[in-house]
Write a protein that binds this ligand. Structure first.
Ligand SMILES: Nc1ncnc2c1ncn2[C@@H]1O[C@H](COP(=O)(O)OP(=O)(O)OP(=O)(O)O)[C@@H](O)[C@H]1O
Length: 257
């Protein structure tokens, strides 16, 4: 579902933390948000899934302002993996994932066969089939993350909003997640710190710096040594990945730019 962010400004505690951001993710497009700490990535994503209210501008899903939708309507269109992954709820893994079906259930109606099928498939996709009865509170950070991803998948959204979905994941689970997102081909807004993962996954990258969008385009065009130096303050060479042909950023880890 085409997602358009128009002239978005967000003010928090009296400070403008996002200023006039324009960004479009076309139907089926994976749009990546990258930028240094505090540049506004989570703020932008939170505004898309209506956790925050913009002070100006709007978020349109297929032309409709998300703020004109009911919470249930929003939940049928957008599923989010937020950065807060709370750990204290006393639920099993399956119960957490099944919460993703709530937007489709009538009050007190409970699960039907379709809900059970979707929950089982979501658990399988994140490699947690067999872990249904484990306690969510007792899981590791990476396991919790996969449970919350499965909950987002179970929501069967048209737009997936993922805030740093690969942090905490070991490299195998990172690769599996990126492959899964590629295969799903749903409109996705994703923030990533790993620029090589972003370059390999995303159709377009959007670079935030101090609350403003400073570059947008295909990864190969956006991730230049000049931009990496100016925005991230690092020295890097941009090569071609010998196995995939994707852009491969080789950082100089010895000193900042
Ligand atoms: N609830 C809040 N109240 C006040 N300021 C906030 C709040 N949430 C975020 N900010 C500020 O907004 C700015 C952008 O934060 P945000 O979390 O969007 O950045 P980010 O790019 O996601 O950072 P990171 O890479 O560290 O996750 C930061 O300066 C942050 O301190």
């Amino acid at each position: 579902m085409r997602t358009a962010i128009e002239d978005l400004t967000v003010t928090l505690a009296g400070r403008e933390v996002l200023s006039g951001v324009h960004l479009i993710a076309g139907e089926g497009e994976i749009a990546g948000l990258v930028g240094p700490n505090g540049s506004g990535k989570s703020t932008l994503l939170r505004t898309v899934y209506r956790h925050l209210k913009p002070s100006a501008g709007r978020v349109l899903l297929a032309g409709r302002d998300v703020r004109s939708m009911t919470p249930t309507e929003t939940a049928r269109h957008i599923a989010a993996l937020p950065q807060e992954r709370g750990g204290d709820f006393e639920f099993t893994v399956r119960e957490v994932v099944a919460m993703g079906r709530a937007p489709y259930q009538r009050a007190f109606a409970g699960e039907d066969a379709r809900d059970r099928e979707v929950v089982a498939e979501a658990l399988r996709q994140v490699g947690l089939a067999g872990a249904e009865q484990r306690s969510y509170a007792a899981l590791s950070g990476g396991e919790r993350q996969r449970v919350l991803l499965a909950r987002a998948f179970a929501q069967q959204p048209e737009v997936l909003v993922l805030d740093e979905p690969t942090n905490h994941l070991d490299v195998r689970h990172q690769v599996e997640l990126l492959a899964l997102l590629r295969a799903r081909r749903r409109t996705t807004l994703i923030s990533l710190h790993d620029l090589n993962a972003a370059a390999s996954l995303c159709d377009r990258l959007h670079v935030l710096h101090e609350g403003a969008l400073v570059a947008s385009g295909p990864p190969r065009e956006v991730l230049t040594p000049e931009l990496l130096e100016k925005v991230f303050g690092v020295r890097a060479a941009v090569l071609e990945h010998p196995l995939t042909g994707d852009p491969l950023i080789a950082f100089d880890h010895r000193a900042p730019a």
